[in-house]
Structure formats: structure tokens, C-alpha cells
Write a protein that binds this ligand. Structure first.
Ligand SMILES: *[C@@H]1O[C@H](CO)[C@@H](O)[C@H](O)[C@H]1NC(C)=O
Length: 191
């Protein structure tokens, strides 16, 4: 019985009112359409220089050095994410993924960054952003492609700005504001 998950079985599950476990409660919330829009602002601490950088270049192309946009450079990042712009403000997670310089004419990254929350309301949940980031623009818009945990079925977008640029320390603070849908009670384990 258990092993055949037909569409019919899924529809019947939506009609169950007595939720036996947190997964069932979560699923019921989805069925009942308790979808909210969340606005969430966090800051990435992008440490490029010093003894403990949080970004590394892992590949370059034969034309990266001569290309105006550094075409073909691939960076892997694992940045601290904080609640406020100050690096000593509350740590709320990590921003992990790839930034690939993918424009032959200007500096624009093709990014896939996963925001992994490690504290607060969304501890254990993730938001996945993808998109084009033309870093010289004052505002850039990225796609929220989805998420896990509290952000299952998430969709939306993120606006990012360079909040602080310290060229001496080779250090950036990036503001990310997410406008993202989520389902009430859609966290894993707690409802
Ligand atoms: C986040 O969740 C993990 C796993 O449940 C837990 O060990 C950790 O203490 C939590 N962190 C905070 C800051 O609540």
C-alpha cells in the first residue's frame, strides 16, 4: 500500500484533518493554501583578502585575464551571513555556492548561492538563489528558485546591494532582501 504514491492517494491526503505528525501538518498547510509572503533582509560578509577568505577562485579561462568581464573565472564561496551589516552582528547562516563570471563584455556573474540558515526562526532551512549579478549596478535582482524546510515550495526574488566595500581589507558587505513565499507551519519538525 505504502509504496504506491499515486496522485489519487496524494489528493486523499489533503482531506485528512487529524494530522498525525509534523510532516502531515506541513502537508495539510500546503493543501489549505496558507501561503505567506516573507520579506527578509540579511547581510553577506564577503571576505576576499586576509588570512581567512571566504571565497576562492577555482578556475579561470584562457581569456579571463584579457576579458573586460574576467570571463570564465569560477569562484566558490562560503560566506558568513549576519542579521545586520556589522560582521559582529548575529550570525544567522552561510551563503554557499558558485559565482561564475559569464559575460564577455562586462563584469556579471552567473550565480547559484544557497542560503543556509543556522539560527533563528529559519534554522535548518535553505533558500536557493540563481541568476545574473552585474555587480557594478547599485541594485541587482536574483531569482529565488526554491528552498527547503520552512521554504519548501518557495518562490520569489532577492534584491542585493553592495552595502560596504573596503578595498584595503578586500572585504565586502552585501545586503540581500528576499521577497519570498512560504507556507505557514512549513518547517521541518516544528509547526
Ligand atoms: C539550529 O539547529 C540545530 C539543529 O537542530 C541546533 O543544534 C542548533 O543549536 C540551532 N542553533 C540555534 C542558534 O538555535
Amino acid at each position: 500500500m505504502e509504496k504506491t504514491k499515486t496522485p489519487l492517494l496524494l489528493i486523499i491526503s489533503c482531506l485528512l484533518t487529524a494530522a498525525a505528525d509534523s510532516e502531515a501538518v506541513w502537508f495539510e498547510n500546503i493543501c489549505q493554501g496558507k501561503e505567506n509572503l516573507v520579506k527578509l533582509t540579511v547581510y553577506i560578509q564577503d571576505i576576499q583578502g586576509g588570512p581567512s577568505p571566504t571565497v576562492y577562485t577555482v578556475a579561470i579561462s584562457p581569456i579571463s585575464a584579457s576579458s573586460p568581464g574576467g570571463f570564465g573565472v569560477i569562484n566558490v564561496v562560503d560566506h558568513l551571513v549576519t542579521a545586520g551589516p556589522d560582521i559582529n552582528s548575529e550570525a544567522v547562516g552561510r551563503a554557499q555556492g558558485l559565482a561564475i563570471l559569464a559575460d564577455l563584455h562586462t563584469v556579471a556573474a552567473s550565480e547559484n548561492i544557497n542560503f543556509v540558515f543556522t539560527a533563528g526562526e529559519f534554522n535548518g532551512s535553505t533558500i536557493t538563489t540563481i541568476g545574473r549579478n552585474q555587480v557594478a549596478n547599485s541594485e541587482r535582482e536574483l531569482t529565488v528558485a526554491g528552498g527547503t524546510g520552512a521554504f519548501r515550495f518557495a518562490r520569489g526574488y532577492a534584491i542585493t546591494r553592495t552595502y560596504l566595500e573596503d578595498t584595503v581589507a578586500d572585504y565586502l558587505v552585501l545586503q540581500y532582501t528576499f521577497y519570498v513565499t512560504r507556507y505557514a507551519g512549513a518547517s521541518r519538525g516544528t509547526v
